[in-house]
Design a protein around this ligand. Sequence first.
Ligand code: BJW
Ligand code: ZN
Length: 245
Amino acid sequence: MFSQELITRLKKARSVVVLTGAGISAESGIPTFRGQEGLWKKYRAEELANVEAFHQNPHLVWEWYEYRRSIIQSKAPNPAHFALAHMEQYYTDFVVITQNVDGFHRAAGNRKVLEIHGNILRSRCVECHKIYNSKPYIMKDHLPQCECGGLLRPDVVWFGEALSEDLLKQSYQAAQSCEVFFSIGTSSIVQPAASFPVVAKNHGAYLVEINVETTPLSSIADEVLLGKVGEILPELVEKAELLDK
Ligand code: BJW
Ligand code: ZN
């Protein structure tokens, strides 16, 4: 299943970057955004994950986030997340850039994690920007409120919103300097994340995609590993002996 080229490059590399999307948490039981199971009630992610939807109907958007929080809090990282935690120990330089907001990479043990779309368990005041890591906030009209009286929102990045400049800079730097870049469980359509693998490839990285189906990235990948990441990654870690150096 894995080419000798990939095994050799992984054994020799010092610097590896991994970009993950919803597919890596699918085997933990977290629904992905797109495709059949991506619908919540009758809504698509694009209709709810934007600031206009929040201002028009904060109750609906909060209901969606509370529903997703409850799923995430009842689930755990899967073998794919743990395989990445092992890989981090093997390499001098190992960065996980994740579009996921579930916190599972840190929970699995990865330390260098760039959560570019935020974290669903945090909330943020729309007025004073105070961050709430847990729940001791006041509810008013069934909506969470900051101590300043402002409305709280999930601390995530919605469509049309800018990503953290610092995280973007770190992501591009990592993509530009790595030797192997993995794009895992993402549909590769949401920008700017979808551009990281392209940047890595243009800077000479060996580009590997892991997904259950092909994506717009597949045609430029050096290697496309089709299948469930929870099965493929642990097998790759074992085959390439990435457990101890
Ligand atoms: C498995 C598997 C298994 C399943 N094993 N695989 C340039 C061109 C066109 C548009 C734009 C552009 N630049 C910016 C935009 C606009 C927009 C955008 O990209 N739109 C596109 C949809 C066209 N981007 C933005 O607005 C971004 N902001 C920005 O660029 O700011 C600058 C700016 C501002 C204003 C004007 C102009 C520029 C922000 C994007 C924020 C995305 N936010 C969300 C919600 C986060 C919070 C939350 O979770 O609620 O992020 S949307 C949603 O999509 C979420 C995800 O992180 C993201 C990506 O989804 P992902 O991970 O790919 O999931 P799926 O479900 O799509 O795919 C799962 C994959 O897994 C599939 O491929 C399966 O096959 C696979 N899979 N099981 C392996 N077991
Ligand atoms: Zn406030």
